[in-house]
Design a protein around this ligand. Structure first.
Ligand SMILES: NC(=O)c1ccc[n+]([C@@H]2O[C@H](COP(=O)([O-])OP(=O)(O)OC[C@H]3O[C@@H](n4cnc5c(N)ncnc54)[C@H](OP(=O)(O)O)[C@@H]3O)[C@@H](O)[C@H]2O)c1
Length: 261
């Protein structure tokens, strides 16, 4: 059971998702959480939902009450918010700022024991999904391992690449919707088209999601020449459909790098 106090500077969408995840994880039930007062509605809602969440009266009060501090404001205001704060040398600080390198964040702060960069996604509320961490740390991996799959990066630029990968979210949902819509258009009732398609995608992901990444190439290649799957693969490949996904990711990383200050 964890007995640390985790503070959040910024109580927005992502901070709330992390807090829901922590409060729903039995092994983290001893964690105390302190949130900043800004976004009062969300902060007080979290405090009323969970006994272990309290709302501080200022950002500095969050720091003073916490062992670990998550910086979870939007990148545009982060520097001015962080520069006003006095960190303790024993603080562990986790930046979830999507577009700020650690050396930049570090330059805003008084010295702290440990500084990490993390990219959780809102799925964390349900205890699922990848959580990018840089650099490695056993204690942080163990704690957040209760909230998803912690994937440690060897070098900070790798964090940007995982960030870019998250940009396929809407396109992927659209693929699923396109398949279900096709089923409906051709005669399946809407609910059955959705139910079948979502369950099929779920099963496909489950087949490759146990860390057996070497199996992916086999699943990609395994099909009967001239069969139904082969027909679809040939058509989409010949029209550059898969290349477009890589192009989309190229555009996303370019944009993400341009957003760095
Ligand atoms: N959302 C995601 O899926 C996601 C994924 C990965 C990383 N991130 C990163 O997570 C961070 C937070 O994103 P988000 O989506 O949670 O944004 P958000 O919902 O806009 O939350 C940011 C919060 O910070 C608060 N805030 C603004 N100024 C503040 C101050 N001076 N002191 C304390 N709090 C202040 C805002 O309050 P008000 O509402 O009152 O303005 C808001 O509640 C960003 O850096 C983003 O790059 C987000």
């Amino acid at each position: 059971m964890s007995s640390k106090t985790l503070g959040f500077i910024g109580t927005g969408v992502l901070a709330s998702s992390i807090i829901h995840g922590i409060c729903g994880a039995p092994k983290l039930s001893g964690t105390r959480i302190v949130v900043s007062p800004r976004n009062a509605g969300r902060a007080s809602e979290l405090a009323s939902m969970y006994r272990n969440v309290t709302v501080a009266s200022s950002n500095q009060e969050v720091l003073d009450a916490s062992d670990w501090v998550a910086i979870s404001v939007v990148p545009a205001v982060a520097e001015s918010v962080v520069r006003e704060l006095l960190f303790r040398p024993d603080h562990t600080v986790i930046s979830v700022l999507a577009t700020k390198r650690l050396d930049i964040v570090n330059s805003w702060m008084s010295p702290v024991a440990r500084l990490f960069r993390m990219v959780p996604m809102p799925f964390i509320a349900r205890g699922i999904g990848p959580i990018t961490l840089y650099p490695a740390d056993d204690e942080i991996e163990k704690f957040f391992g209760n909230l998803g799959r912690v994937i440690v990066m060897d070098e900070e630029p790798q964090v940007e690449l995982t960030n870019a990968i998250t940009s396929v979210t809407n396109a992927t949902y659209t693929v699923i919707e396109t398949v279900a819509n096709w089923g409906e258009k051709n005669g399946l009732p809407r609910d059955k088209a959705l139910d079948y398609t979502i369950s099929y995608f779920e099963a496909m992901l489950s087949q490759i999601s146990d860390g057996r990444s070497s199996d992916l190439a086999r699943f990609v290649e395994e099909r009967t020449p001239g069969g139904l799957n082969d027909t679809v693969m040939r058509l989409i490949t010949s029209r550059g459909g898969f290349d477009l996904w890589a192009e989309g990711l190229d555009a996303a990383i370019k944009k993400s790098r341009a957003d760095y200050l």
